[in-house]
Every structure is written in structure tokens, then in C-alpha cells.
Design a protein around this ligand. Structure first.
Ligand code: SAH
Length: 359
């Protein structure tokens, strides 16, 4: 039995750690583990208050928007968690043409987007030549916009070529830092070491880099999340995307339990304190797992949302996990709805590139 006084002490320890994190922006692996494992509602409330204040100090009440163009769901990889893994023969595969992609940008620009995110599976059809050509066309058509790529692991030369063509940012979640945990989520062809090497290469080339991880992925422990936090600190990226793991019915992890919104929100708050100026999206997965998830994300310290700008006809095919949201305020054309939702919690969607202050 935990007595009341012991409970107060445990709570005090958490508050003290959160305070230390805010003051020093760093904790040891043991401290991180304790803070993550010991999570209580009271400490969470305190954390979110601090996270909001820090976010408002650097970014005001602005919410940056990114137009997400899911341009291919072909993938040569077989990640155990992902609905578009190559072994999923039930996935209906599609690939957008250059014209399709440019028309998404045109519509997106008119709606007020100043960042386009091109995300896809690792699709060999998009050679460096083809992808660089698309990037160059977007660059010349929309000079005031940022171009973000999220196309997985490629060679340093390839990243350089895409950068030279005009891409500014790159999203590549490290998924989990620990090598053994990584190997339980991916087949042997993929390694944590190579994924992390890609991130360092991207940084060296000069991309604004985003990384991140799934919360509640199978076999994850507080110690492993502590390692993720230490890696984020070391990499010091411009953006961090995290979201709950959500099972997909046609994957080896179909029967695994989903991650929770509560832990995801808590991790968002902790990241805001550790990297005060980082860009932090309230992700689609967070919106999918909990009603009002994105709003809760903003109130936990997030400052970015990424509505779906893909053509409506393909949206349901980019199914990374079950019930993935792609309608309502998740859809780029429903920006008015998103604006209202953000205003209802005291924040405003802005029309700007929204570059990271963590440079
Ligand atoms: N091929 C690109 C894009 C991957 S999809 C790349 O390798 O970066 C974008 C992100 O979706 C992944 O990084 C992963 O973290 C997330 N994701 C995939 N399957 C998921 C699932 N079942 N639940 C939650 N997030 C998932």
C-alpha cells in the first residue's frame, strides 16, 4: 500500500524533475525513465502548463500548417507496423503523376499553405532524376514555399541532389533509438544504425530535419523512450513528429494494442521542455486515437498541424494504420473547420512558411 505521504513524495519528485528539465533542458537516462514511468495526472497538468508557456514564449499562439501530399503508397520495405508494407497485398497501390502533385500544390497555395510535404513509401519508381525534377518544378512555381520531403532512407548523394533541386526540409522518424527494439519492429534489411546515419547526413547537407518516434509501439518501455529523448537531444532537430502506434489489420502487429493519447501528449510536453524552439506537430495519429486529439496536442505544447492535401481519390489508400483520419478538419479543403477548432482553444492558424526557430 502506498501511504498518502509516500504519494506526495513521488509526486514531488516528478514536479522536481519537470522543473529541472525546464531549467536545464536535459536529464539523465535514469531521470527520463523515472519521469516517464511515474506519470501522474497532477504532474501532467503541471507539465502542460509549463509546455504551453514555453511554446507561447517562442511561437505565440500561432499554429503552422503543412499541406501533406501522400504521393505514392508503393514501398519496398516491410515494416511490421505499417499498412503500406510491401507484403500487404490487400493495399491498393497508387502513384501520383508530376501533374497531380503540382495541381495539389496549386490548390494548397490558394488555400493558404506555404509548406508542401511530399510523403511516400520507398518507391523505386521515384528515382533521383524523377524526384529532383518534381522538386525543381515546385521550387520554380512557388518560390515563397518550403518543400519538405519524407521519402525514407536514401544515399547521401541522393539527399544532396534533392536538396540542390530545391528541397529545404526532410522528415525521417528514427522510430526507436534502441537497435534491438528497432529490429523487433523491422525486418533485418533495415537497421537503426542506417536510419540514424541518414539523419546525420541530412543534417550535414543543410536540411531542416524532422525526426521522431511512435509512442506505444510493441515492446516499448519507459527506458526505451528515455533513449529516444536522449537521441533527440543529441541530434537537436528542427522538428519532432511523434504519434501513437495504431495497429493495421493486414500487418503482423494487427493484434497489438495501440499506444495511448495520454502518453503521447505527455511525451509532447516533455519534448517542448527539452527542445523549447522545436516545431512540434499534433499528428494525424493523435487525432485518430482520441476525439479532439489535435487540440489536446496543441494544449500540450505542439504548434504544427499537417492537413491532407492529397487528391481525395487516393486518400483512403494511404492507410498506414486502421481508421486513419483523412476527412473533416484533417482535410486541407476544410481549413475553415481547422481554423475554428484552433480558435476555440485560443490559437490561430497562420499563412506562413513557419520555419523552425531551433536552428
Ligand atoms: N517512407 C517514409 C514515410 C513513412 S510513413 C519514411 O520511411 O519515413 C510516416 C510515419 O508513419 C512513419 O515514420 C511511422 O512512424 C508512422 N507509422 C507507420 N505505421 C504506423 C502505425 N501503424 N501506427 C502509427 N504510426 C505509423
Amino acid at each position: 500500500m502506498i501511504t498518502t505521504s509516500e504519494k506526495v513524495t513521488a509526486e514531488d519528485t516528478l514536479i522536481r524533475l519537470i522543473h529541472k528539465l525546464e531549467q536545464t533542458q536535459s536529464l539523465s537516462r535514469e531521470e527520463w525513465t523515472q519521469l516517464i514511468r511515474g506519470r501522474t495526472p497532477k504532474a501532467t497538468e503541471y507539465l502542460f502548463e509549463r509546455a504551453r508557456e514555453i511554446r507561447i514564449r517562442h511561437y505565440g499562439h500561432d499554429v503552422y500548417i503543412r499541406g501533406l501530399i501522400e504521393f505514392t503508397n508503393y514501398c519496398k520495405n516491410d515494416c511490421y507496423y505499417c499498412g503500406i508494407r510491401k507484403s500487404n497485398s490487400n493495399a491498393q497501390r497508387y502513384r501520383l503523376s508530376k501533374e497531380d502533385i503540382l495541381s495539389c500544390c496549386e490548390q494548397g497555395y490558394a488555400l493558404g499553405f506555404r509548406t508542401f510535404v511530399l510523403q511516400g513509401g520507398e518507391d523505386k519508381w521515384f528515382t533521383d532524376e524523377r524526384l529532383a525534377d518534381i522538386v525543381a518544378s515546385i521550387r520554380s512555381g512557388w518560390k515563397d514555399c518550403a518543400i519538405t520531403l519524407s521519402v525514407g532512407e536514401r544515399s547521401a548523394d541522393s539527399y544532396q541532389r534533392l536538396f540542390d533541386a530545391g528541397a529545404n526540409r526532410f522528415l525521417l522518424r528514427h522510430e526507436t533509438y534502441d537497435h534491438e527494439h528497432y529490429s523487433r519492429l523491422h525486418p533485418d534489411t533495415l537497421t537503426a544504425a542506417h536510419r540514424q546515419e541518414c539523419l546525420w547526413n541530412l543534417k550535414k547537407i543543410g536540411y531542416q530535419v524532422g525526426t521522431g518516434f511512435m509512442v506505444g509501439s510493441p515492446y516499448q518501455t519507459p527506458e526505451l523512450l528515455a533513449d529516444d529523448m536522449l537521441f533527440l537531444k543529441e541530434l537537436d532537430p528542427q522538428m519532432v513528429g511523434i504519434g501513437p502506434f495504431i495497429p493495421h489489420h493486414d500487418t503482423p502487429f494487427a493484434k497489438e494494442p495501440a499506444g495511448t493519447a495520454d502518453l503521447t501528449l505527455y511525451m509532447l510536453g516533455l519534448i517542448r521542455l527539452m527542445l523549447p524552439k522545436v516545431l512540434l506537430p499534433a499528428t494525424t495519429a493523435l487525432g485518430t486515437i482520441a476525439p479532439g486529439g489535435r487540440e489536446k496536442g496543441i494544449l500540450a505544447g505542439a504548434n504544427v498541424v499537417m492537413p491532407n492535401l492529397s487528391p481525395a481519390s487516393v486518400r483512403e489508400k494511404y492507410l498506414l494504420y486502421d481508421n486513419k483520419l483523412c476527412t473533416g478538419s484533417e482535410a486541407a479543403e476544410s481549413l475553415a473547420d481547422l481554423r475554428r477548432r484552433m480558435e476555440s482553444i485560443g490559437y490561430q492558424v497562420t499563412v506562413s512558411r513557419g520555419d523552425s526557430l531551433n536552428m
